[in-house]
Design a protein around this ligand. Structure first.
Ligand code: SAH
Ligand code: MG
Length: 195
């Protein structure tokens, strides 16, 4: 893998305000990846492919990442980036809305990374749980959304997203089959493991 190219892609995404995974969030997920070397990862929200390419370093041999993106321009950029970094044999992009694509998937995954429309997190969770292997793990990024989720200030225009993220946290905390931690790294990361 071309790490220099990956670093260039990261810088470009930051310059263009594309919301790529934050360094401290990535560090937490990398710790899991290094320990488990998963075979199949599902990512919801590719953007330009940065997080998927970072994860791909730690896949088991012949492991694969499926990642879903609906924005046509980002899909094209992600494809080019993945090719330039040299990981096209490890990452498959599903093009379209995850709400439509997820119900058509039937693979089993060791890890799911939820990082797309905040209003859909509960739906993504339901689909993730349907496809998660025993011992699987779900990471949900941006779960604390700039601190709004834990504050009682409720008047900002993102309140629908905030309500949805709170419902996600409630659901993963109360689901008797899951063990969940919420970390204040980056924009907030929910980690749910199957018990
Ligand atoms: N995981 C990436 C960042 C993803 S940003 C990284 O860390 O590098 C979130 C992306 O999700 C955006 O590119 C947006 O277009 C996409 N997205 C949002 N809602 C979606 C949906 N319902 N289906 C597919 N993609 C979606
Ligand atoms: Mg994110």
């Amino acid at each position: 893998m071309n790490e220099i190219e990956l670093e260039r892609i990261k810088q470009k995404a930051l310059d263009e305000h594309i919301p790529i995974i934050m360094d401290d969030t990535l560090e937490v997920i990398e710790k899991y990846l290094k320990e488990k070397n998963p075979t199949k990862i599902l990512e919801i929200g590719t953007a330009v492919g940065y997080s998927a390419m970072c994860f791909s370093k730690y896949l088991a041999e012949n492991g694969k990442i499926d990642t879903i993106e609906r924005d046509e321009e980002r899909i094209q950029e992600a494809k080019m980036n993945i090719k330039n970094v040299g990981v096209e044999d490890k990452i498959n992009i599903y093009e379209g809305d995850a709400v439509e694509i997820l119900p058509t998937l039937n693979d089993k995954y060791d890890m799911v990374f939820i990082d797309a429309a905040k209003g859909k997190y509960l739906f993504f969770l339901k689909e993730a749980l349907r496809m998660l292997n025993k011992n699987g793990i779900i990471f949900a990024d941006n779960i604390l959304y700039k601190g709004y989720v834990m504050s009682d200030y409720n008047k900002h225009k993102q309140r629908t997203a905030v309500r949805n993220l709170r419902e996600y946290i409630k659901e993963v905390s109360e689901n008797p089959n899951l063990e969940t931690e919420i970390l204040e790294v980056g924009d907030g990361l929910a980690i749910s493991k199957i018990k």
